[in-house]
Design a protein around this ligand. Structure first.
Ligand code: SF4
Length: 239
């Protein structure tokens, strides 16, 4: 029996099972009606999703939308107390409100809130800048860069690490290192997909891994019905 999968093979198998997921989820109608930039919703979502379930993030985003406040200027002008109230459902709301305030202050003071100016720069400079902001770690920075900025970078989250550890994913020897996991995925995928396709593959594969982890590879895994069970070492060791 084959055990373990390369990132490319993992992408193929998961895509066959789940199809195209078209991440990041966002409300395009809201932005059309309010003449706001949908990429900002991704930026806010990437901050709010830290240490919480996406369903809680959606509640906070709905609050911001009801207040017509899902744009740089509205969050800039809002009091911290009001912002805390709106993002409260996402948990750690005081910390997250402060992070959002810092982020919009940075976007406003350096780029006048213009996301084209912000994203239209060298990838490494942009990433360094994001990582220098309070509360923005590699996962949040890379989510913003990939899904809002369309930059070719693979996002590693706790689900990715769990799947890598259990399958395992070929080449990932240290799941505790964000950079190592990212490097293995990017090295393998960039060998097998053209530059034009790579960003789309990074977006989809991250979404597919989240789907796998939520449906099957939970903390207590549902191996008997998992689409990867004939390739997974963890499943093999259960029996
Ligand atoms: S659910 Fe089980 S079989 Fe599927 S990837 Fe996770 S550990 Fe492997």
């Amino acid at each position: 029996m084959e055990t373990g999968l390369t990132p490319t093979r993992l992408y193929m198998v998961l895509q066959k099972k789940f199809g195209v997921l078209n991440w990041w989820p966002m409300d395009k109608n809201y932005h059309m009606m309010n003449n706001s930039d949908p990429r900002f919703e991704i930026i806010v979502g990437a901050v709010l999703t830290q240490n919480t379930a996406w369903s809680n993030v959606e509640k906070a985003l709905d609050n911001l939308k009801l207040d017509k406040a899902l744009d740089v200027d509205s969050i800039m002008d809002m009091t911290l107390e009001k912002l805390e109230e709106l993002v409260r459902p996402s948990g750690f709301f005081k910390q997250k409100a402060k992070r959002l305030k810092n982020l919009v202050l940075y976007l406003k003071s350096k780029y006048n809130g213009d996301l084209d100016c912000f994203f239209n720069r060298d990838f490494y400079t942009l990433r360094e800048e994001l990582l220098s902001l309070s509360g923005i770690g590699p996962e949040t920075a890379d989510s913003i860069l990939l899904y809002a900025g369309g930059k070719p970078v693979f996002v590693v989250d706790a689900y990715t690490k769990r799947v890598c550890e259990r399958l395992p994913v070929v080449g990932v020897n240290d799941v505790s290192s964000y950079d190592t996991v990212q490097r293995v995925f990017q090295y393998d995928l960039s060998k097998n997909f053209s530059d034009e396709k790579l960003t789309m593959v990074y977006k989809e594969l991250h979404a597919l891994i989240v789907e796998l982890a939520k449906k099957y590879c939970k903390k207590k895994p549902l191996c008997s019905v998992c689409p990867l069970n004939n390739k997974c070492l963890f499943k093999k060791n259960l029996f």
